[in-house]
Design a binder for this molecule. Structure first.
Ligand SMILES: [Zn+2]
Ligand SMILES: [Zn+2]
Length: 274
């Protein structure tokens, strides 16, 4: 069994009902966290998983909306673990630089807690592996691979393919259609894609919104990627702009014109199994 739980389906604009970008994948007995946006631990607990239960954390890219709460994952995992608990972190080049800065920011907190708790004698151990593509891990019946995606001028970015028990899940991340994304999506059961409605964004009279159109998959492009690669279920997340109330059917209808499989409109804590 492989299960995807959408922890945060929001975009960079704060939303009272949607957390920042974060997706949990349970494969067998292992839990993998993809991105760590705003509110990730609240949603993780909502899914019944404690931060110290994560097997690994994997980042698609270093845009702030995907990593704002990475420090919370690291410190809370540290404080909640009765014994030293390494955090394995995969991400694109410059992930180590981000972690170094984050650990510097956390230094006073680490000192306070080490001084205060007699049984806490170790600091958080975050082991970073930077990659652009290739094998991430192959353990306990779970295989994860990465491919370069296209979110230029943000570069590099990566997407992930998780395989377990004959099932495949893809975390596309922020990207336009590209060869790397196609390679990840080949015959996938579940394809989770961050999406944008260019028909709506083009009507927002603000340049900062207009700037986002050319580096995200539109709903149509996500559906086309799903069809081209024989995906079974397409999951829309990180919707831009923030969807109007009761507009899910509209977003799904746009995708359905280009993809005949199941289409799921993302909501926080929605779980999808394959
Ligand atoms: Zn991004
Ligand atoms: Zn984003």
């Amino acid at each position: 069994m492989i299960k995807v739980t959408l922890l945060g389906t929001g975009n960079p604009v704060p939303d009272p009902n949607r957390g920042g970008s974060a997706t949990l994948v349970q494969a067998g007995t292992s839990y993998f966290l993809f991105d760590a946006g705003r509110g990730v631990l609240q949603r993780l607990l909502g899914a019944g998983v404690l931060p110290n239960m994560l097997s690994a954390v994997l980042l698609t890219h270093l845009h702030s909306d995907h990593i704002t709460d990475l420090n919370d994952v690291v410190t809370t995992r540290w404080v909640m673990s009765p014994v030293p608990n390494v955090t394995r972190l995969w991400g694109p080049p410059r992930t180590q630089e981000v972690v170094n800065g984050m650990m510097a920011m956390l230094q006073p907190d680490l000192e306070y807690r080490l001084a205060h708790h007699e049984d806490l004698t170790w600091t958080p151990d975050v082991r970073v592996t930077e990659l652009r593509s290739g094998s991430v891990l192959d353990e306990d019946g779970v295989k994860i691979t990465a491919e370069a995606t296209d979110h230029k001028p943000v570069e590099p970015t990566v997407g992930y393919r998780i395989e377990h028990g004959g099932h495949v899940v893809v975390i596309g991340g922020d990207t336009v259609p590209c060869p790397g994304l196609d390679a990840l999506c080949a015959d996938a059961d579940i394809y989770v894609q961050t999406v944008l409605r260019d028909d709506l964004v083009s009507m927002i009279p603000m340049q900062r919104f207009q700037d986002t159109i050319d580096y995200h998959s539109s709903v149509v492009q996500a559906a086309e990627t799903a069809t081209r690669n024989r995906v079974k279920k397409l999951v829309l997340t990180h919707m831009v702009p923030t969807p109007a109330p009761n507009s899910a059917s509209e977003w799904i209808a746009i995708a359905a014109a280009h993809f005949a499989g199941e289409i799921i409109f993302g909501e926080d804590l929605l779980a999808i199994e394959a």
